[in-house]
Write a protein that binds this ligand. Sequence first.
Ligand SMILES: Cc1cc2nc3c(=O)[nH]c(=O)nc-3n(C[C@H](O)[C@H](O)[C@H](O)COP(=O)(O)OP(=O)(O)OC[C@H]3O[C@@H](n4cnc5c(N)ncnc54)[C@H](O)[C@@H]3O)c2cc1C
Length: 238
Amino acid sequence: MLPVWQTGIIREITQVTPNTRRFLIEIPGVENFEFQPGQFVTLDLPISEQRSKRWRSYSIASAPNGTNMLELVIVYMPGGAGTNFLFHSLNVGDKLTLRGPMGTLTLPKTLDKDLYFICTGTGIAPFHSMLQYIFAHNIPHQKIFMIFGTRKREDLLYPDELKALEEKMPGFTYIPVLSREDWDGRKGYVHAVYEELCAGLPPAIFMLCGWNKMVDEGVERLKAMGYHKNDIIAELYG
Ligand SMILES: Cc1cc2nc3c(=O)[nH]c(=O)nc-3n(C[C@H](O)[C@H](O)[C@H](O)COP(=O)(O)OP(=O)(O)OC[C@H]3O[C@@H](n4cnc5c(N)ncnc54)[C@H](O)[C@@H]3O)c2cc1C
C-alpha cells in the first residue's frame, strides 16, 4: 500500500553548488519520520491540473535520526517544471504535499562484501544517507568506496564531510572524479575507477544511482566484467 500524503514545511533552503540546493523539510504530522536509508519521497507540486503530472520523487539525503526532519538535495533542470517551482516559487516556511518513504534502493542486510557506491550529481543522496547511517550505528562492514562523479570542483556535494568521514570510518574511501576540470584528484568518469579497483573481481556489491545514461552504462560494464546481476543494485532518476 502506498504511504498517505502528508504536509511538509520547508525549514531551510541552502545553495550548495551553482545548480543544486539542499532543502530541509519538517513533517509536523509525525514525531519521527521512519524510513530506510536510500528511500525517497514523492512531492505533489502545484505545476499541473493533472495529478500524476505533478509528482516528482527525491531521495532522502539524511539518515533516519528519530526526528521529523528530512534533507533533500535537488539539482535545477533548465526547463524542468518541478525544479523551476522548487527553485523559484518555494520559500522557507512554505508548505508542501509529500508522501513516503518509498523505494527499494536500501542497504543489504549484512555488509559482508565490499560495497561500492557509484553516483553522479544528486545521485549521491541515497548513499549519503546510507553512509551516515552506517557510521552512526557502527554497522560492521568490509571496505566501502564512494565513487562520485561530477564536472567541476564547485559541483562536489558533501566534499568536506566525506573527506572527514574517511578519517573517522575505517575501510571507507571517498573518490571524487571530475570530468571537466584539471585538478590533483581523479579525472574522467566514474566507470574507469571501479573497473580498476575491481579488475581482479573481488566479491562486492555495487549500488548505482543517478540519471539513466551513467547508471545503465555502469550496470552493463559491471556485468561485462563478470559480476552477477544480483550484486548490482541500481536506481534511475529518469
Ligand atoms: C526515485 C527517484 C529519486 C530521485 N531523486 C532525486 C534527487 O534526490 N535529486 C534530484 O535532483 N533529482 C532526483 N530525481 C529526479 C526528479 O524526480 C526529477 O525528475 C527532476 O528533479 C526533474 O524534474 P523537473 O520537473 O524539473 O523536470 P521535468 O519537467 O520532469 O523534465 C526533466 C526530464 O528530463 C529528464 N532529464 C532531466 N535532466 C536530465 C539529465 N541530466 N540527464 C538525463 N535526463 C534528464 C528527466 O528524465 C525528466 O523526465 C529522482 C527521480 C526518481 C525517480
